[in-house]
Design a protein around this ligand. Structure first.
Ligand code: AMP
Ligand code: TRP
Length: 357
């Protein structure tokens, strides 16, 4: 297996040289599988995306084809796709600086996935740990073949755009590795076609934990919603959840992930939202009670999220305009994807439509 990972979002030294004025390309996506993004998605992914769009040629998309690998309610999927897009934009993704689109509106994803399916080994696909976890949850016989080939569709998402970097969480490392393996395999069988992408893995410090169960990652599949901070929740709910966050029985405010996971999580959130280092926050709260920190953090977070929530609701109030922005993004994406797919089709020996070019 070919392995390469960068721990921050810096450009890896091994990357291809660029012409003057050209930027490295990054690509990422988040599934439209909840009614709101949570603070983990926001801090762990979206904030990084927004930061990257100036420095990189950034492509962000909503993988709705991936969403149907597990059963979905159609009306809910459509709504969640719009809600996810609205949150990306409200959170700072600028459609004039980057490319933002919905995966199913760019048919080349499914088309390239088929070709990649045909160069992926059954055993290789069987080793994907996320498939094993998800299939086990549903009972392996119930899991769809789509869920099995999910990582290959993800490889198609990536390879179509020839990106240098794929910013994702640690849980997606294996899928990016597979896309590297498939790129190398295709290139060596059919000739140089794909850029071999690097995984840009976000730093550990960006991980946000469940407020009620602070040793588990904040996740949409949490047992209770009380542990979640959702971008679209009303400020009262958010403040209440922060004030009810589980902490330990000591009183000292300090960062210690092992001994004090609850307080450490609140400090991480405080630090990432305020931009202040954890040490400074700890020093400021010396001698104060947990309650003080919680009250201040509730205010900080609700103030920070208020304009994002308002902007998302504005965007959702005009779905036709939102759909127009997404169609524009899909057109831009197709300009790149269609060229890669045409190259792939020619290399594998498919006849050109309408005769030789
Ligand atoms: P998911 O909602 O699990 O599909 O995750 C979408 C993106 O959000 C991925 O890039 C994750 O790494 C990131 N993410 C999800 N949960 C968290 C969390 N609790 N802390 C930090 N990042 C997260
Ligand atoms: N599988 C990713 C996740 O669950 C989402 C995804 C689909 C993705 N295609 C991608 C991420 C391509 C990066 C690049 O988070």
């Amino acid at each position: 297996m070919t392995s390469s990972t960068t721990e921050t979002v810096a450009v890896p030294a091994t990357s291809t040289k660029l012409a003057a004025g050209q930027k490295h390309r990054v690509l990422s996506g988040m599934q439209p599988s909840a009614d709101s993004l949570h603070l983990g998605n926001y801090i762990g992914a979206l904030v990084n995306w927004v930061r990257m769009q100036d420095e990189y040629d950034a492509i962000f998309f909503i993988p709705d084809l991936h969403a149907i690998t597990v059963p979905q309610d159609p009306a809910e999927l459509a709504q969640r796709t719009r809600v996810t897009a609205a949150q990306y934009i409200a959170g700072g993704v600028d459609v004039d600086k980057c490319t933002l689109f919905v995966q199913s509106q760019v048919p080349e994803h499914a088309q390239l996935a088929w070709v990649l399916n045909c160069i992926t080994g059954f055993g290789e696909a069987s080793r994907m740990t996320q498939f094993k976890d998800k299939a086990q949850k549903q009972g392996t016989d119930q899991a769809s073949v789509g869920l099995f080939t999910y990582p290959i569709l993800q490889a198609a998402d990536i390879l179509l755009y020839q990106p240098h970097g794929v910013p994702v969480g640690e849980d997606q490392r294996q899928h990016v590795e597979l896309s590297r393996d498939l790129a190398n395999r295709f290139n060596s069988r059919f000739g140089e076609t794909f850029q071999v992408p690097e995984a840009f893995i976000q730093k550990e410090s960006a991980k946000i934990y469940d407020l009620q169960n602070p040793t588990a990652k904040m996740s949409k599949s949490a047992e209770s919603p009380a542990g979640l901070i959702n971008l679209l929740d009303d400020p009262k709910t958010t403040a209440k959840r922060i004030k009810s966050a589980v902490t330990d029985t000591e009183t000292e405010i300090r960062f210690d992930r092992e001994a004090k996971p609850g307080i450490s999580n609140l400090l991480t959130i405080y630090s990432t939202i305020s931009g202040q280092p954890v040490e400074k926050i700890v020093a400021d709260y010396e001698g104060k009670m947990y309650g003080h920190l919680k009250v201040d953090l509730a205010e900080l977070v609700t103030n920070h999220l208020a304009p994002i929530r308002e902007r998302a609701h504005e965007l959702l109030a005009d779905p036709a305009e939102l759909d127009r922005l997404l169609a524009h993004g899909a057109d831009k994406a197709r300009g790149i994807a269609a060229a890669t797919l045409a190259d792939v089709y020619a290399k594998v020996g498919f006849l050109p439509y309408g005769g030789a070019r």
